[in-house]
Write a protein that binds this ligand. Structure first.
Ligand code: SAM
Length: 666
């Protein structure tokens, strides 16, 4: 476990410096101020996460990067007199006080202001003057200011704040509606001459006051830096390099992927969790690799116990049967769909002709044992004891991916107050569920790869895991993907030295994280990266993408599945480049040796779309796009210009004479 100083320095290196903030004053100040002292003791362990955190009164301490970004934009320098509106925990004021000569801070909520004052006294910040009040009117007696930073979003720029700027002074303020405010920088050039600069989209809690919003208390937010538009004629190069693919029902389809058949691990991604073409293409590739090239492991992004039930079916295994049918919990359509069902039937059929049990192709789950089960349990429980907390938790779990930069993240942090009250009970629920699932796993027929030590370790770390899962974005992601990778390794070991595996998981798990926003600015890793590091050239990472169509997804965690329209891809995305290539479905080999010129031209990061089990078209840019360098992320990319939603399995799909437990015969 790293010391607090080390974690603080790590935060500065990874979250601040790597995102391009170079000002040494800011870096030093943020490496000095103990952020853990500005949150409650129960939140201290998350103090260096890349996220806002609750501080009480429905408010939050800002994400560290946002604090740095605003100070950078305001060009705060030694000797300056600075006003901060919305002091909250006092953290940003403390960082400012490390740099500027004098800091004036205003907070409208008394409880927060008093707590911040105590911190300033305890930590020794004599150059901060704090007062309780409406900061939208500024602080006339202390004006003029060299810089004014507003940590809450207003409907327009308060005239009072502009007037209180010194000539040459800078005002930084988020302006606009709840979602999609713009961070504005105003520089006072002369008595009545101001320059205005747009610093990109952000989202903040509302500025409530005379020159802000009326009090309604309902707004919530986060921040976001949008991608930069770039235009060029790369699409022609893509068109030239693209290998057109035959229809999915053409028996030749899978053969196009035989160039990776000699790899030990072939990882197949998907750009959503509900697109039929991605499932069908992966099924065809997998069938080819199993039938012709000796692959015996299909390891998917699913819970172990559920996948084990399917495995028992496809490998004609005997032994204890599951108490309930698999994949009955949200998001059911991810595995209960006609596309997966067809593959399962094919595997069962294929295995019938394989006499030696160890050569039969198995179906395994890589995910944390009960990720979705535990989330459901938490939600059910909260629903009973605290519906507001349940709503917050549902939204929060909907964003358990590194790509979600939804403004609502901020709101979720705000609302964790409710969750915290019953956290102990929630964790107990999760642990009980975990124990039950592991007991069940241990009942397996001797083929179980989950040994007792692994179970014991999991239960011992469960409490931390659930806490991290709720509060800590990056850490929980790394925990999960490391677990998936270790499970894959475990499977390969158990199957012997020549074992070969196909992995199905979302592009965000498969594409090497080191070349995406998640790795670069959040220090997150994933199974694709770990496979490359472990297997080198023996692993192939293949991503999937689409331009437009429909997708099966939900608006929030636990909500009903809907078939939603996928918006046409953005003009500044990789997807648009592929769309403009004008070929309806193709395979693009991205390797440097096979396509050196294309590889080079595609290197510069651009936006890429990531749709999970949740799709929120209304905030698509924030919620679903992130920057990545496609040719470094993947060895190849599979393109379907227009795609359709998967078909979930319902009673209408039951075959005549099939048991109640259809599908999967369990
Ligand atoms: N900079 C803070 C920190 O580091 O903890 C975070 C501030 S939080 C995002 C925004 C704060 O603005 C809240 O504490 C809220 O109460 C406060 N606020 C909103 N409207 C205000 C106003 N008119 N005057 C002063 N404070 C205001």
């Amino acid at each position: 476990m790293r010391s607090l100083e080390e974690r603080r320095q790590h935060m500065v290196d990874v979250q601040i410096a790597r995102r391009g903030i170079r000002n040494p004053h800011i870096l030093t100040a943020m490496a000095t101020v103990p952020r853990e002292r500005f949150v409650g003791p129960d939140m201290a362990e998350f103090a260096y996460e890349d996220a806002p955190l609750p501080i009480g009164e429905g408010q939050t301490i800002s994400q560290p990067y946002m604090v740095a970004e605003m100070i950078d934009a305001a060009e705060v320098a030694p000797g300056d007199r600075v006003l901060e509106v919305g002091a909250g925990s006092g953290y940003a004021a403390a960082v400012l006080a490390q740099i500027a000569d004098r800091v004036y801070a205003i907070e409208r909520l008394k409880v927060l202001a008093e707590a911040a004052q105590e911190r300033f006294e305890a930590l020794g910040y004599p150059n901060i003057e704090l007062r309780i009040g409406d900061g939208s009117k500024g602080w006339q007696d202390a004006a003029p200011f060299d810089a004014i930073l507003v940590a809450a979003g207003g409907p327009e720029i308060p005239a009072a704040l502009k007037e209180q700027l010194a000539i040459g002074g800078r005002l930084i303020i988020p302006v606009g509606e709840e979602r999609g405010q713009t961070l504005i920088k105003i520089t006072r050039l002369g008595e009545s001459d101001y320059a205005e600069e747009d610093r990109g989209l952000v989202a903040f809690v509302p500025l409530i006051g005379e020159q802000g919003w009326a009090e309604d208390g309902a707004r919530s937010a986060s921040n976001h830096t949008p991608g930069h538009a770039r235009g060029d004629s790369l699409s022609d190069m893509i068109a030239q390099a693209a290998i057109p693919l035959p229809p999915l029902d053409d028996p030749e389809f899978g053969r196009f992927f035989e160039r990776w058949a000699d790899r030990q691990v072939v990882l197949l991604g998907e750009a959503s969790h509900g697109t039929a073409e991605f499932y069908r293409a992966r099924a065809e590739i997998t069938k080819q690799l199993i039938a012709k090239h000796g692959f015996t492991i299909l390891a998917v992004e699913a819970d172990w116990p559920d996948a084990a039930t399917v495995d028992r079916y496809v490998r004609h295994r005997t032994g204890a049967k599951a108490k309930e049918p698999p994949f009955k919990r949200f998001p059911t359509w991810m595995w209960r769909n006609t596309e997966v069902d067809a593959l399962i039937e094919w595997m069962r059929d294929h295995n019938k002709g394989v006499s030696e049990a160890k050569h039969r192709a198995g179906f395994y789950g890589l995910d944390m044992y009960n990720m979705s089960g535990s989330i459901t349990a938490v939600l059910d429980y909260l629903e009973q004891v605290d519906p507001t907390a349940a709503k917050a938790a549902r939204e929060r779990y909907g964003c358990l991916t590194p790509w979600q930069k939804d403004p609502a993240t901020y709101g979720r942090a705000v609302l964790t107050e409710g969750y915290r009250k019953c956290e102990a009970a929630v964790i107990e629920q999760c642990q009980a569920l975990l124990r039950k699932q592991l007991d069940y796993a241990a009942e397996d027929d001797g083929e179980s790869f989950l040994d007792a030590a692994q179970n014991a370790r999991l239960i011992a770390s469960a409490e931390r895991y659930y806490r991290v899962m709720y509060y800590g974005g990056g850490e929980s992601w790394n925990l999960r993907d490391t677990h998936m990778f270790e499970t894959l390794e475990h499977l390969l070991e158990a199957k012997g030295p020549h074992a070969k595996a196909v992995v199905w998981a979302h592009n965000s798990h498969i594409g090497d994280a080191r070349f995406t926003d998640m790795g670069i600015s959040r220090d997150e890793l994933n199974i694709g990266q770990l496979c490359r590091q472990r297997f080198g050239e023996r692993a192939a990472l293949i991503g999937f993408g689409t331009h437009v169509g429909t997708v099966a997804a939900a608006s929030d965690w636990g909500e009903d599945m809907a078939v939603m329209r996928v918006l046409p891809s953005r003009a500044d995305s990789y997807e648009r480049l592929c769309h403009d290539a004008g070929i309806s479905q193709f395979l693009l080999d991205l390797s440097e040796t096979r396509q050196p010129a294309l590889h080079r031209r595609l290197l510069e990061p651009r936006l890429e779309r990531f749709i999970g089990v949740i799709y929120r078209p209304e905030s698509e840019l924030w919620s679903h796009y992130a920057e990545a360098s496609l040719p470094r992320q993947f060895d190849a990319y599979v393109w379907f210009d227009e795609t359709q939603a998967v078909t979930p399995l319902g009673p209408e799909h039951a075959r005549a004479g099939a048991p109640d437990t259809y599908p999967f015969g369990v």
